[in-house]
Structure formats: C-alpha cells, structure tokens
Design a protein around this ligand. Structure first.
Ligand code: ADP
Length: 452
C-alpha cells in the first residue's frame, strides 16, 4: 500500500466504496422488484380464478359458463375439474406436468421440469358432497421482465458509474493535492538550484494548504534574507578588511627592513594599532548590520523621551564644538531600542562634525507632526551633490573617501537607515553643496492608547 500515492489510495477507497454501495443498492432493487412482481402476479391469479368461478354453473349435469368466463386471461389458464379430479373443461399447459394436489384458496409455486407455475385452486360446492375444482395456472417467467431490464441496465450503467466515480474522485483528490505538489516542486527547485528566491505564492485562502504554503513562503523569505545578509557580510568584510590588512602587512615588512630607532618602531606600532582598531570597529558594525538584516538582533523596545536621548548623545559626543544648537521639544515619546537609536544619533552627529565647516555649527531639533516624530541634524558644511544623494545610504559608499579620513568606511549612513527602518521609520535628506545638509529621522507616532 505504501508505494501508492495518497491520491491513488483515496481514489481506490472511494471507488471500492461506491462499487459496494451500488451493488448493495442493485440487490435491494432486485429483491424489491421480485417481491412486487410476485405479489402482482398472485393478485392477478387470484382475481382471475375468483371471477371465473362465479361464471361456472352446473345445470342438469351439464357444465355451463357465463359470459364473463375465459379459459385464458391475463396469462392465467383456468381449468375445471370434478370432485374426483377429472378434468372437465380447459386445457392443461403442455409444460405443466406436475400431479399437484388440490388445495382450496392457497396460492403456491409449483416447479415442473424447467418451468415454474403459480397455482391456485377454488372449490365450488354443488349440493351435498358434490362440487367442482376451479384451478388457475400462471406461468412464472424464469426472470421477470422488469428484473431482466434492471440487470441489463445495471450491467451497462454500473461500470460507467464506477468509472465516473473513480475519475471524479481522482480529479478532486488531484485538485485538492495540487498545492502540496506546488510546495514540493518549489522546495525541490530551491534545493536543486540553491536559489532561495522561489515562492509557492498560492492564492490566499483559509484552508490548511494555503496556510502551509504561506508559512513555507515566510520561511523561504527568512532563509533568503539571512542567506543574503550572510553573503553580504562575507563580501563586505573580505573587501573592507583587505585595505587595513595590507597596510599592516606593508608596515610590518617595512619595519623589518628599515625601522631602526625605537621612535620609528613606535610609529609603526601606532599605525598597526590604529588599523587594528579600525578593523575591529568595522567588524562590529558589520555584524550588527548583519544581525539587523537577519532579524536576529531583536529590538529591545522601551518608551524613550526623544529630546532627552538627543541631549545625552550630544553630551557624550566630545568633539562637538560650541557651535551646537539644540531645539528640543520635551515629552515626545517614542517606542524604540535606546542603544540603536543612540547609535543612529551619534552617526548623524559625527557626520555633521566630519563634513561640517571648520568652526561651523550643528543644529539638532526634535519635534512632531500629527502622525510623525521628527529628529533633524543640520550642518552648514560641504553638502552633498544631487547625484550622490541617493547613493550615500548604500554600504561603503563615500562621496570623497579622502574627506572621510581615517574614521569612516562608508557604513555610518547605511546603518542609520537600517535602524530607522527597523523601528518602522525612514530617513530623508536635504542638502545643498557648500551650504549644508539636513538629515531627518521620521518615526511613526505611537497611538494615544499605547502611550497611556
Ligand atoms: P563615512 O564613514 O564615509 O562617513 P557614512 O555612511 O556615514 O560614511 O556617509 C557616507 C558618505 O556620505 C560620506 O562619505 C560623505 O561623503 C557623505 N556624508 C555623510 N554625511 C554628510 C554630511 N553631513 N555632509 C556632507 N556629506 C556627508
């Protein structure tokens, strides 16, 4: 049984069940039709014999028949015998060879050779101890016509009916199992092509298969995300680590050959240390971004006063000059991960200083609209060309790497945007070259119910 598919098993069982039910129904109908036929025949026999009996008379020892008498009517042959069972009138059918004793008023079946007859006798008394036997004989066909028709019809209809039942149930089973086939095919395709972008994409429904397909699609999406994030991490890390590593390698080789004084050696060690710190920072940032991508870095959400958080971040940012201007509306509460949001603010502040005008200003404001909480960081620095504005959010993109100096690798804004998105928010930028830039975080405002 195990080698058959569930579809075939279901079809098999349904077909067998249908066949058994149909046969049982046929047998029932046959027995009913026989019953009805024999009851009808008996009534017919009895009525014919009784009506003939009333037409039989004996006048002066002569047998006389009324007008309504018929020796053969409705398939019934009527015979008249005297009390000694000698035939007086009527013709015994040739096939009726039985020597059947007379029994008054009893209808019975008598078999003679091949044939079967229904027999009924009635005693017609004529005076004292004399009388006549009136016998009715009716041939019972081996199989009644209706029964024969029924069997004939069943012989044709039953196989067709069972075949239709089998085809129908196979089609239904096939259709019902189609989503499962699609799930299997998609999973197999993903497995063979190692391409996680395939989806089952069943039309949404509430049945078990639709739910299963949706769960699988969700799983494929998570797998793809995490696979892509891992791929990105490997590519980014190997690409970005190459530069500091080759600097370290070069510095070591140079030191081995030429560094002679302790000062020279110290300088090399400082350089190696700086590159090692840069590599550590890079890996830490990349790991955090990868975890955010994968969804493995879960947000620790808490209620935060946005203005207070900005104030703390500005206090920690030691390189912020006296040109810092705060315009913070207090009491704007957001539900966010404090560490990540601090990271976002720090990145924006660092950039404002890094790409700001020497001795210029940094303006930080916190406010709100009807639906959004806003945090803006503005500087009056070099600004960003229109063409570069869309690209600065990409990993490792730098408008002018020389300007970013030692402290940047082009990951800061990518992370800013990722953190904003992880909180259901977004980032916008307005910038004019040589005038300055405004980076704004838009966070969805919590519902009133959520706040209370
Ligand atoms: P980086 O490590 O280079 O600072 P970021 O991702 O933080 O990387 O920024 C990407 C690029 O966007 C920077 O290299 C810089 O060219 C540009 N940029 C970011 N912030 C500013 C700003 N406030 N003013 C002008 N340019 C900026």
């Amino acid at each position: 049984m195990k080698r058959f598919s569930v579809k075939l098993k279901m079809t098999g069982w349904l077909t067998i069940l249908m066949a058994v039910l149909s046969l049982l129904l046929l047998l029932f109908m046959l027995s009913m039709s026989n019953e009805v036929a024999s009851t009808t025949a008996m009534t017919q026999l009895s009525e014919t014999v009784r009506s003939n009996l009333q037409q039989v008379k004996m006048v002066d020892d002569t047998l006389q028949f009324g007008e309504g008498f018929a020796f053969s009517r409705n398939g019934v042959s009527t015979l008249v015998y005297n009390k000694n069972k000698a035939l007086l009138a009527g013709q015994v059918p040739v096939a009726f060879t039985a020597d059947e004793a007379f029994q008054n008023g009893l209808t019975r079946l008598v078999s003679t050779g091949e044939e079967r007859y229904m027999v009924m006798d009635l005693w017609l008394p004529l005076g004292w101890e004399d009388g006549l036997w009136v016998r009715g004989l009716m041939e019972v066909p081996a199989q009644q016509g209706a029964t024969r028709n029924l069997i004939r019809m069943a012989m044709v209809a039953l196989p067709v009916f069972i075949l239709l039942a089998a085809l129908g149930s196979y089609r239904i089973a096939k259709r019902a199992f189609r989503p499962l086939d699609s799930i299997t095919a998609t999973a197999a395709a993903i497995n063979e092509a190692k391409d996680l972008s395939g989806r089952i994409a069943l039309s949404p429904g509430r049945d078990e298969f639709s739910r299963l397909a949706a769960t699988f699609d969700h799983m494929f999406e998570r797998l793809e995300q995490s696979f892509e994030a891992e791929k990105q991490f490997t590519a980014d890390a190997s690409h970005e680590l190459r530069t500091p590593l080759s600097i370290i390698k070069g510095a070591c080789e140079y030191a081995e050959k030429y560094d002679e004084t302790p000062e020279e050696r110290q300088e090399t060690i400082t350089m190696i240390h700086r590159q090692a710190v840069k590599m550590t920072d890079l890996i830490t940032q990349l790991l955090r971004m990868t975890r955010l991508d994968q969804g493995t870095e879960l947000l620790t959400l808490e209620w935060l006063d946005l203005g207070a958080l900005v104030r703390t971040c500005c206090r920690e940012q030691t390189d912020l000059t006296s040109g810092l201007h705060l315009e913070l509306q207090d009491g704007i509460m957001v539900r966010a991960d404090a560490a990540l949001l601090s990271r976002l603010i720090q990145n924006l502040l660092e950039n404002a200083v890094k790409y700001g005008r020497p001795g210029g200003g940094v303006w930080v404001s916190v406010g709100q609209t009807e639906r959004t909480c806003l945090l803006s960081v503005r500087d009056d620095g070099i600004g960003i060309e229109k063409e570069a504005q869309a690209q600065i959010w990409q990993r490792f993109y730098q408008v002018d790497p020389a300007r970013s100096g030692q402290s940047g690798v082009g990951l800061g804004l990518a992370m800013v945007r990722q953190i904003a998105q992880a909180h259901g928010g977004s980032m916008t930028l307005e910038s004019v070259p040589d005038v300055g830039s405004v980076f704004t975080l838009h966070l969805p405002k919590p519902d009133r119910g959520e706040l209370s």
